[in-house]
Write a protein that binds this ligand. Sequence first.
Ligand code: XMP
Length: 322
Amino acid sequence: NWTTADFIKHTVADIRAQVGKGRVLLALSGGVDSSVAAALLHKAIGRQLVCVYVDTGLMRKDETANIEKLYAKHFKIDLRVVDASSIFLRRLKGVTDPEQKRKIIGNTFIEIFEKKARELKTREHIEFLGQGTIYPDVIESVAIGNNPAALIKSHHNVGGLPERMKFKLVEPLRQLFKDEVRRVGEKLGLPREVVWRQPFPGPGLGIRVIGEITKPRLDVLREADAILLEEMMAAGLYYKIWQSFCVYLPVKSVGVIGDERNYADIIALRLVESIDAMTADWADLPRELLQKVSNRITNEVRGVSRVVLDISSKPPATIEWE
Ligand code: XMP
């Protein structure tokens, strides 16, 4: 007999009772869970909520601007954007190993968020830390003890920080499953692009630029990825498949533009259907859509000579390339 309206009403009352006149700090990533947590906390305590968004430089096109538009301008949330892109890029220079990339990105994220949290705790006396922990995370973290693989995905979950910095935790989504989180998000007025967005990995585009991550490569990938997203939306297919994204391959191939030889890198399209990401099939999308995406990327994005389609299933391939 669970209804979203009842849940929101009770949770808002609980948050107010717990927090009183205190203030809550929340790491907003733009993912479904932290977005819904932000909207719910904001409904309960308004400007007593402070959201911190770390721009890693590994986000998709316009992502930071869209976050500011939605949370700061539309919801009027007190949002602090930390531009850390140069730090991330510096630390990733020359790194090509995928697990090494994940480690660097995860550790740098925690370090930067912790520094900001320390500053806000001291200067603005914030004593609560909000987290978008949902029920499956609670189960997973219990299982982490004998499942080190679970740690890989946990970098946005700033474990350890609350105890280390003596924050009191506020976790309003702790008892919800993903579909319930989405329903709450819709009820709170979050847009469809946020509530129903496809999964996006914590390390972001860092694991979608194969090999070394550089600013020019990220920029090319962002442009290609934005074209794919736009065409998936226009075709009404974005919400119908599990994930659709581009991968940047630092492999030179020859093309022609006009009568100029174009010796440039390759973009791979990864389009998959899945229920839970444990297994996945490559999605057989209409030829017209693929053709349009390919034409647009090779014509509109400088630095790409060729677009290829990944037709591997999981297993044995994984969804991401790294
Ligand atoms: P794979 O590539 O293992 O991906 O088939 C399964 C799902 O997990 C996502 N993924 C990640 N998510 N941090 C994350 O938060 C990561 O390091 C990571 N690697 C993969 C992937 O997008 C897919 O949905």
